[in-house]
Design a protein around this ligand. Structure first.
Ligand code: ZN
Length: 383
C-alpha cells in the first residue's frame, strides 16, 4: 500500500507505518507545541500521546491477527494509516464462529487495556479528591461541583503522566466502542454479519449487515450536516462506501465459487521450450493475443512463463536470454473441475499470474486472472 516504513515483525507479521502517518505526527507535535501546554513540554506530550494512541491501534490489530493465526489465516502485515490500522489478511473465514472471534479480538484488546488502567485512574481521581471524600454534601454544592470539574479538566488536559493515564483510558474505550459500531468496514459490521450468518446464508447475512450499516451511515451523515460536523459526514461516506465494497466482494466470491476452471481455461496455446530465446516469445506477445506460456520439455510441463517476468527480463538483459532462465518452476496446478475462486486465491497466494490446468495428469491449458475476469463478466448471473 504505497510508501511505508517497516517498524518490525511480530510472529511473521510485518508492522509498517505509511508516510502520511509521519505527517500526522509532525502536525501533532506542532499543535502540541503551540497548544494548551505549549512549548517543548506540550510538543513532547503531544508526541508521546500520539505514539501511545497508535501503539493501542497496533495492539488492536495484533488482537485480530493472533486470533486469525489460530485459524491458520495468514496475516501479511499491519499498516498504520492516519485513519487507523489495517491488518492485511489472506481471506477471513466464512465460518461465522471464526469471523466472530477474529472481529471481536481487536476491540477486546482495547477494553482489556482500559480495564487494566481503570483502577489506576480511579486511584488518581480519589487521591485528588481525598480531602473532601468524607463530605458528600460538598460535591452537591456549587463550589464542590466547580472543584470537581476543575480536577477532571486537569486530569484530561494536564501535562503530566496522570493526564496520560486518563488519555489512554478514554482512547481505548473509544477505540473499542467505535469499532463495534455495526457497520462495515468496522469490526462491528463483521460481528453483525457473523451473528446473522449463524442462522442465514452468508450472502444474505452480508446484505442485511450492509443495509444496517448504510442506514446508520445515512443517519450519521444527516446528523453531521445538521450539526455542521463535517468529519462526521466524511465518516458516514466512508461507512456507506465500505458497505458496498464488502457486499460486492462477497457477491463476486459467490459467483466465482460456482464457476469452474473448464469455463475459463485457455486451451489454444503456443508452448515454448527452455531453450527458446525471449525474442521469439516477445514477438508472439506483441503480434498475438497470448501473454503467458507453458514451457515444455518433451511431453513434460517444466515451467510457466508470465508476461511481467518476460518484460522485466527483456528490459534488463535483452532479447537473447533463453526461456529457461525466466520461467517460474515453482507454480501451483489446478484441475478442470476446480472453482474459479480457488484459482483466484492460488494466484493471490503464489504470485504466479498464470496457472497450468491439468486433467488426469495431462496438461490442458493455462488460466489467468484475465480469463477469470472475462468469464465472470460473461457468466455472472446478473448479466
Ligand atoms: Zn478492528
Amino acid at each position: 500500500m504505497g510508501w511505508a516504513i517497516k517498524l518490525g515483525t511480530v510472529k511473521g507479521i510485518e508492522i509498517k507505518v505509511h508516510f502520511t502517518f509521519l505527517l500526522v505526527i509532525l502536525l501533532v507535535a506542532i499543535e502540541g507545541g503551540t497548544g494548551i501546554g505549549g512549548g517543548l513540554r506540550g510538543a513532547v506530550l503531544g508526541l508521546v500521546s500520539i505514539i501511545l494512541l497508535f501503539s493501542c491501534v497496533v495492539l488492536h490489530e495484533l488482537g485480530h491477527s493472533f486470533q486469525a493465526l489460530r485459524y491458520k489465516v495468514k496475516v501479511r502485515n499491519i499498516t498504520l494509516l492516519p485513519i487507523g490500522g489495517v491488518a492485511q489478511m489472506e481471506s477471513i473465514p466464512e465460518k461465522p464462529g471464526q469471523e466472530l472471534a477474529i472481529s471481536l479480538a481487536g476491540p477486546a484488546v482495547n477494553f482489556a487495556i482500559a480495564g487494566l488502567l481503570a483502577p489506576l485512574a480511579l486511584w488518581i481521581l480519589l487521591a485528588q479528591l481525598a480531602a473532601y471524600l468524607d463530605q458528600p454534601a460538598y460535591f452537591l454544592s456549587k463550589t464542590g461541583q466547580r472543584m470537581l470539574s476543575r480536577v477532571l479538566d486537569g486530569l484530561f488536559y494536564g501535562t503530566d503522566w496522570k493526564a496520560l493515564v486518563f488519555y489512554l483510558l478514554s482512547v481505548n474505550i473509544s477505540l473499542g466502542a467505535f469499532n463495534l459500531i455495526p457497520a462495515f468496514p468496522m469490526d462491528g459490521g463483521r460481528v453483525l454479519r457473523a451473528l446473522l450468518a449463524l442462522r442465514l446464508d452468508y450472502l444474505r447475512a452480508t446484505r442485511i449487515a450492509v443495509n444496517v450499516g448504510r442506514g446508520l451511515a445515512v443517519l450519521l451523515g444527516v446528523a453531521g450536516l445538521m450539526l455542521f460536523q463535517f468529519p462526521l459526514v466524511l465518516i458516514a461516506v466512508f461507512i456507506y462506501a465500505g458497505g458496498g465494497y464488502e457486499r460486492q466482494m462477497v457477491e463476486v466470491k459467490r459467483v466465482l465459487q460456482g464457476l469452474q476452471v473448464r469455463q475459463a481455461v485457455t486451451r489454444e496455446l503456443r508452448a515454448v521450450t527452455p531453450a527458446t530465446p525471449l525474442a521469439y516469445v516477445l514477438d508472439i506477445i506483441f503480434h498475438g493475443y497470448q501473454s503467458s506460456f507453458p514451457v515444455v520439455e518433451g511431453r513434460q510441463l517444466v515451467g510457466v512463463l508470465v508476461r511481467e517476468d518476460i518484460l522485466a527480463t527483456f528490459r534488463e538483459r535483452g532479447p537473447d536470454v533463453p526461456v529457461g532462465q525466466v520461467m517460474r518452476t515453482n507454480f501451483p496446478v489446478v484441475d478442470l473441475s476446480d472453482s474459479l475462486l480457488h484459482v483466484q486465491q492460488l494466484i493471490a497466494q503464489s504470485g504466479v499470474k498464470a496457472v497450468p490446468v491439468v486433467e488426469d495428469g495431462f496438461f490442458r491449458g493455462l488460466i489467468t486472472l484475465d480469463n477469470i475476469n472475462e468469464t465472470y463478466t460473461l457468466l455472472s448471473p446478473r448479466r
